[in-house]
Write a protein that binds this ligand. Structure first.
Ligand code: ATP
Ligand code: MG
Length: 428
């Protein structure tokens, strides 16, 4: 999760009595969406929907698009603290590059100057003013406005200007009907609005990697559902709690996540009795993928996503990855394939999933784990095991045993409210 923005109170000064509104609101800068040409409207609509969904517990918000690259979110009746909370949520909405808490001011030089000077109180050190006009009819050019504000700030506070490397920066953006004044910002997620690139199904263990893989694909515009295989009935429910908590954490970035949990223990036992011990892990992974593929159609998922990284564990050698790809027709996306574990861990920390992933659990794959794992599984050998077992039918059976959860970051539904409806009835 990202850093937070704090709503600094505006101290009174003698400069300009009537500053206009000074209402606190949120200004967002967009990234790649700006480049999308004729598709831009579609992207904007998706992004606006995602923004509204991510703050739906705040009730109605006022959202307006300013040109291609800026969105303003207002909630005039809310307290400064609530607006700061809305800004924090915006930092999780994919497609947003920067989030600023801004003061909305009348489009009037005195009002802008008043709020600008007051915003710089108690900010010792050097400073710079950056001004921008989205409305070119404003009475001053951007550099005139910056110079004017700079002079007033020196007069009021005595700070020194440093345009190259200032300790503090005052930003002023002049729009058609109003101006925005702000000093700070936090980085957003970047990428594309979730849902813009279609849907995917994430194979979600309780480990460190798969949540990071999910976040990476959400950032590239996929809306994802999650599928977790527990070792039940031979393990406890801990891995399910972890998967649930992980999905709830990731839900911040896409809103409306669904988690399907399948008890996999008996299927693992059947696999064990039908084949070569060294092939167990790859055979289990293929059965997971086949089961995911059997669910994908109903979920409208066009791809499967895993947290595989090349060579990280023995099931992730190049030959074993090839053997996994052979199990299904759907494309398998592996966004972590070229990453080191330490890089994946720092990303997990940043998105807020690492601490949950590190909790102990009994992973279904460590249960019944063979002493030695084949690092170069042969596809024909795997197919023999699957024929013996009738893997396709077993996958269908596993799908019918899926339990559906809706882990929301807003915490509306508790994990105990299990929906046992078969996947086939799920509306995407
Ligand atoms: P992770 O940290 O995501 O568990 P890992 O490094 O432990 O990954 P493996 O255990 O080999 O790697 O799993 C590789 C991938 O297979 C996982 O990233 C995940 O996508 C999928 N996977 C593994 N176990 C499960 C499970 N119990 N349920 C769903 N998917 C799983
Ligand atoms: Mg794992």
């Amino acid at each position: 999760m990202s850093a937070s923005l704090e709503a600094a109170p505006l101290p009174a000064t003698e400069v300009g009595a009537d500053s206009g509104l000074g209402e606190l609101c949120v200004l967002m800068k967009l990234g790649e969406i700006v480049l999308k040409g004729s598709n831009r409207k579609l992207f904007e609509r998706r992004l606006h929907n995602n923004i509204r969904n991510s703050v739906r517990d705040f009730g109605h918000i006022r959202l307006s698009q300013r040109g291609a690259g800026v969105i303003i979110v207002r909630k005039p009746e809310a307290s400064d603290l609530e607006v700061a909370e809305i800004a924090d949520r915006m930092a999780n909405v994919t497609g947003v590059v920067w989030v600023h808490l801004v003061r909305r001011v009348r489009k009037d030089l005195d009002a802008i100057t008043d709020i600008g000077v007051r915003s710089m109180a108690d900010r010792e050190g050097t400073f710079a003013v950056r001004a921008r006009r989205r409305d070119k009819r404003f009475e001053m050019t951007s550099s005139e406005l910056a110079g004017h504000l700079g002079a007033r700030i020196i007069e009021a506070h005595g700070y020194r200007v440093d345009l190259k490397c200032p300790d503090n920066t005052l930003h002023v953006e002049v729009d058609k009907d109003e101006a925005f004044v702000f000093t700070e910002g936090i980085p957003g997620q970047g990428g594309l609005p979730a849902g813009m690139s279609g849907r995917g199904l994430v194979l979600m263990s309780g480990g460190i990697d798969s949540p990071v893989a999910a976040h990476r694909m959400i950032r590239r515009g996929l809306k994802v559902d999650f599928l977790h295989f527990s070792g039940m009935p031979f393990t406890g429910p801990e891995s399910i709690y972890k998967a649930y908590s992980l999905v709830r954490e990731i839900d911040r970035y896409q809103v409306g996540s669904r988690l399907f949990v399948i008890p996999f223990g008996k299927a693992q036992q059947q696999l064990k009795s039908s084949g070569n011990e060294r092939l167990q892990i790859v055979a289990q992974r293929r059965l997971m993928l086949k089961t995911a593929e059997a669910m994908a159609d109903d979920l409208k998922a066009e791809c499967l996503i895993t947290g595989d990284a090349l060579g990280q564990v023995s099931s992730q050698t190049m030959s074993n990855i090839t053997a996994l790809d052979d199990a299904v027709d759907l494309p398998i996306l592996r966004p972590l394939i070229g990453m080191d574990k330490s890089e994946i861990m720092s990303e997990a920390r940043r998105i807020g999933t690492l601490a949950i992933s590190e909790l102990p659990d009994e992973d279904c794959c460590t249960m019944l784990t063979p002493r030695q794992v084949e690092t170069a599984a042969k596809i024909p050998d795997l197919r023999v095991i699957e024929r013996r077992l009738d893997a396709e039918e077993l996958a269908e059976h596993l799908v019918s045993s899926a339990q559906r959860h809706k882990p929301s970051f807003l915490g509306d539904e508790a994990p105990s409210q299990v929906d046992r409806s078969p996947v086939a009835t799920v509306q995407a």
